[in-house]
Write a protein that binds this ligand. Structure first.
Ligand code: SF4
Ligand code: SF4
Length: 314
């Protein structure tokens, strides 16, 4: 059994003492109360914890009070064979071995880096740090009813700036999802329902859409791309292009920008006649089921037409 003081333990790991307290409180580090703000940890538990967090063997040995031998002139550290554990593999640049369960923001230091990075911090009192604190303090209904999570643009700058890798975006989307659907602001939820029913956010019928694509294609051929015809449902095309429904609805000429590039590059490409919506509003309303269905439909289109690549201009 090893007895630790939170401050010393934190110092050896190079983390804040609150992080250690949070690990203990959340059960990430299983420790029993001792006296005078000390804790008991079994050796096995410490090995398990260090493996999970990817803590180097040399540090693990120090935490255990084991002897550490450093070869002269080298950084090689020898520890007891019994403590040797396989290195923890992490994926990608977001890996942070010191986080516990950032989804729940329990490692937040209230440092304010997220607020500094947020482009809308201060608008109507909005501040990502305040949202995190409200969640931690259990003010759940208040935060669900608040407009703050809806003012957020989901740009992700706060998450990039967070030294503890708190997954703020996941949290904000979850908060949005917890709001009753009839209280989702603006046309967002209606757009999601429309997309599920008709395959695009604005409910444009297939015949109208295909007719418009042909018409705009003919214009393009006359303007600058001789012989151009809009490729709809072309099997075996390399690229499958999705469309933002606001373009065929209100700004059809905007579709020409991509088409001109494909024409000039001699690309093999196509637009599906159904389920072509490239803007997934379920992302903004926190509706993961809708996101899944809409993404699934696009993937089905790719398979149905045998395309090799997907283009999401939005
Ligand atoms: S940047 Fe991260 S740790 Fe700092 S206040 Fe924001 S959520 Fe908390
Ligand atoms: S994701 Fe939202 S809270 Fe975070 S920086 Fe962007 S706007 Fe601000």
């Amino acid at each position: 059994m090893i007895e630790i003081r939170v401050g010393e333990f934190a110092e050896k790991l190079g983390v804040h003492r609150n992080t250690v307290r949070n690990w203990i409180r959340s059960g990430t580090l299983r420790a029993a109360n001792s006296v005078a703000k000390r804790y008991f940890i079994t050796e096995g538990e410490l090995v398990r914890f260090c493996r999970l967090q990817g803590i180097p063997e040399s540090v693990m040995a120090q935490l255990m009070g084991k002897e550490v031998t450093v070869s002269p002139g080298k950084e090689e550290i020898m520890v007891q064979q019994s403590l040797r554990v396989p290195e923890v593999k992490t994926l990608g640049s977001r890996a942070n071995t010191l986080r516990t369960d950032p989804q729940w923001a329990d490692v937040c230091l209230t440092c304010g880096s997220c607020a500094s990075a947020c482009p809308i911090s201060g608008v109507d009192g909005m501040d990502p740090r305040k949202i995190i604190r409200m969640v931690l303090l259990g003010r759940i209904q208040e935060v669900i009813d608040s407009d703050w999570p809806w003012k957020c643009t989901l740009c992700g700058k706060c998450e990039e700036a967070c030294p503890m890798n708190v997954e703020l975006l996941k949290l904000f989307r979850k908060i949005r999802w917890l709001r009753d659907r009839d209280r989702v602001p603006g046309p967002l939820h209606k757009g999601v329902l429309m997309a599920l029913r008709r395959g695009n956010n604005l409910g444009i019928p297939r015949s109208e859409f295909v007719g418009l694509l042909e018409e705009v294609g003919e214009e393009l051929a006359e303007e600058c791309c001789p012989g151009f015809r809009t490729p709809v449902d072309v099997e075996g095309a390399d690229l499958l292009l999705t469309i933002n429904s606001k373009e065929p609805f209100g700004e059809p000429d905007d579709m020409k920008f991509w088409w001109k590039i494909f024409y000039a590059a001699g690309e093999s490409w196509t637009i599906p006649s159904e389920n072509w919506e490239g803007v997934n509003w379920g992302l903004f309303t926190g509706d993961d089921d809708a996101v899944r269905i809409m993404v699934g439909r696009i993937v089905d289109n790719v398979h149905r037409l045998g395309c090799k690549k997907l283009v999401l201009p939005e």
